[in-house]
Design a protein around this ligand. Sequence first.
Ligand SMILES: Cc1cc2nc3c(=O)[nH]c(=O)nc-3n(C[C@H](O)[C@H](O)[C@H](O)COP(=O)(O)O)c2cc1C
Length: 233
Amino acid sequence: MNVMGVVGSTRDSNVSGVHKLVSTVLENTGVDYDLVSLKGKQIIGCTSCLGCVKDNVCKVKDDMVELREQIVKADAYVIGAPNFYSTLNATTHAFMERWYQFRHQTADILWGKLAVSVGIGGLDAQPVVDQMDKFFMYNFIEPVAHVTGQGAAACFTCGYGETCQVGVPVALYGPDVKITEDIIPDVAKQPDVMQSAIDAGKLLGNRLKNGHDRREVTQRMQQKMMEAFKRAT
Ligand SMILES: Cc1cc2nc3c(=O)[nH]c(=O)nc-3n(C[C@H](O)[C@H](O)[C@H](O)COP(=O)(O)O)c2cc1C
């Protein structure tokens, strides 16, 4: 069993809440895993060239080429992203758009696999996991758990956080905010969030170790997608 962990934050791992949570989920799966960071990777969004429709292999030559092998090999995914403007950051979005290469004809490369969605927001992380779950659904992958936490918006350390009228510190604490270490959000200091990451890892590990039925998961996710399409029309 192999889980592919993906950190979609482009910040250094020591300040990234996404990195902390994705790592915690992976460490608690009890199965083999690889951790990939998208920081520094050159991955453009899907160009809709349709070069992949015949063989399910994207023809765009960038850092997605080497990641494709890992995606194919993995039995499950733990993908984390920060909230940028109420959705996934563009780096993670581009990475996931390129999964379009797996969505043609009867290609069942991803079908029935499992996942955990991880979201971090300076204020709100929910839109991230909601969006990520849609990506998983389109690929008939079941998200078995979500983990959301509050990360440290860069405004806490940009140097203008106490006076910036549109920054997160003023939004959270008002115009007289004094930035001290203890008010900077850190997922490691959010016990409920850390526990949910541990629980998500254990749940994913157990589902994998118990040998889930990929066909059954696929059918369930297909059903879910049809219902979502019906609601949208
Ligand atoms: C361009 C940009 C847009 C952002 N937009 C939002 C937002 O709409 N909502 C929110 O809750 N946080 C927003 N944030 C804050 C990030 O989600 C937050 O800094 C998070 O901790 C980043 O994850 P990381 O710590 O793993 O890098 C934004 C940050 C940036 C840089």
